[in-house]
Design a protein around this ligand. Structure first.
Ligand code: NAD
Ligand code: DAU
Length: 357
């Protein structure tokens, strides 16, 4: 069945995997990738699919309502998968306004555009269902103690960082558009993702790069915080399943049942990089440097994704040892990608590339 899907934030880490999956798997769909190309957006993440006839890229800001509305109306968008966001907790501590603008106002602008477009032209008989699918995070649920049960969809919201507060607010706006205007929405809350194309400000790519270059590894506090890691392609597969089969108005948690203390994960990264580079085992352990803790640092996130498994049959396909091996290899094999995104001038290059599209 033909359809036109707007994916926001498709030049970022998770978004690029979602765009690739949809473009490859659904040649009958038109996939529009709308992205502002902030520091985190990089069209090189999509080189392999950029010339496909069912793919197009639009450089725009989700908070620019007029542009978003005109695009959705002109192209007849019947599905939105919304990933665009400011995503890094440390940046939100330094600059909370940008997070409120993109994550809250940007989401509101997309919701309003979808609502006005879809109300003005009701779907034809037999047309695919319309859906506004909002990608959120487990951080909205707050911080777990070590012995607390995992986050369920029914947990109350308790965000602590400006990032998670902005994501929580956007989730509330999405649900309010469902309840008030009848907009068909779904929200998912996912745990920490890892894999290729993640911007090297986040723990895993930053530390792989630093180990390779024998630079200090800044471990916040004592490294005892716990995160639940999911391979990014498994998240993209979950998004595909939920976009097509999820129940409108519902929330689904997505996670890996894969909890790691930061310090243990960091030791795995050191062992893996050293082994793959032929260095003596554990040679780089002395790079570990304990630094001042992140302000408001949540102790533990861990997702219970039983609902998703029982209702829609999704579960992670990749076990962590295989996923982390693939990930470390990818960053070691793609040093040029890392050098490019850390060089500071890659943004100017892609700005000039997109002009004239
Ligand atoms: P990312 O920072 O790698 O990518 C974000 C993308 O959004 C970039 O391409 C950027 O250019 C774009 N963008 C930012 N502001 C924009 C704006 N105003 N208008 C248009 N585009 C804009 O983020 P990510 O890690 O891929 O996360 C994607 C989504 O998934 C986010 O909503 C995030 O909250 C959520 N999430 C991430 C994780 C994770 O572990 N990374 C886990 C759970 C949920
Ligand atoms: O849980 C989902 C969230 O995961 C997403 O919503 C966010 O967008 C994503 O950035 C991620 O947030 P975290 O704060 O958990 O990820 P980060 O990679 O920044 O940090 C992971 C853990 O590692 C965290 O406990 C902080 C710690 N850390 C991080 C960095 C960058 C360090 O100890 N040192 C570091 O230099």
């Amino acid at each position: 069945m033909k359809r036109c899907i707007l994916i926001t934030g498709g030049a970022g880490f998770i978004g690029s995997h979602v765009v690739r999956l949809f473009v490859n798997k659904y040649p009958q769909y038109q996939i529009i990738n709308l992205d502002k190309l902030t520091y985190a957006g990089n069209l090189a993440n999509l080189k392999d699919i950029e010339d496909r006839p069912n793919y197009s890229f639009v450089k725009a800001d989700i908070a620019d309502f007029d542009t978003v509305y005109a695009l959705m109306k002109e192209r007849g968008v019947d599905g939105v998968i919304h990933l665009a966001a400011e995503s890094h907790v440390d940046r939100s501590i330094k600059d909370p306004f940008t997070f409120a603008r993109t994550n809250v106002i940007g989401t509101l602008s997309l919701l309003q555009a979808a609502r006005l477009c879809w109300e003005a032209s009701p779907a034809e008989e037999g047309a695919p269902r319309r859906l506004f699918y909002h990608i959120s995070t487990d951080e909205v649920y707050g911080s777990l103690q070590m012995d607390s049960p995992l986050f369920k969809e029914t947990n109350k919201y308790d965000p602590h960082s400006p990032y998670s507060a902005s994501k929580a607010s956007s989730d509330h706006f999405v649900r309010s558009f469902h309840d008030t205007y009848g907009l068909p929405t779904i929200v998912t809350n996912c745990s920490n993702n890892y894999g290729p194309y993640q911007f090297p400000e986040k723990l895993i790519p930053l530390f792989i790069n630093n180990i390779r270059n024998r630079k200090p590894l800044p471990v916040y506090g004592r490294g005892l915080n716990v995160r639940d890691w999911l391979y990014v392609e498994d998240h993209a597969r979950a998004i595909d399943v939920i976009f097509h089969k999820g129940e409108v108005g519902e929330t689904y948690n997505i996670g890996g049942f894969n909890e790691w203390r930061n310090i243990d994960l960091i030791n795995v990264l050191i062992e893996t990089v050293d082994r793959l580079l032929g260095r003596p085992e554990g040679a780089d352990k002395d790079l570990i440097t304990f630094v001042t803790d992140r302000a408001g640092h949540d102790l533990r996130y861990a997702i219970d994704s039983t609902k998703l498994k029982e209702q829609l049959g999704w579960e992670p396909s990749l076990q962590f040892p295989e996923g982390i091996e693939k990930t470390v290899k990818w960053y070691l094999d793609n040093q040029a990608w890392l050098d490019n995104v850390t060089s500071g001038d890659y943004q100017a290059y892609y700005d000039s590339m997109y002009k004239g599209r």
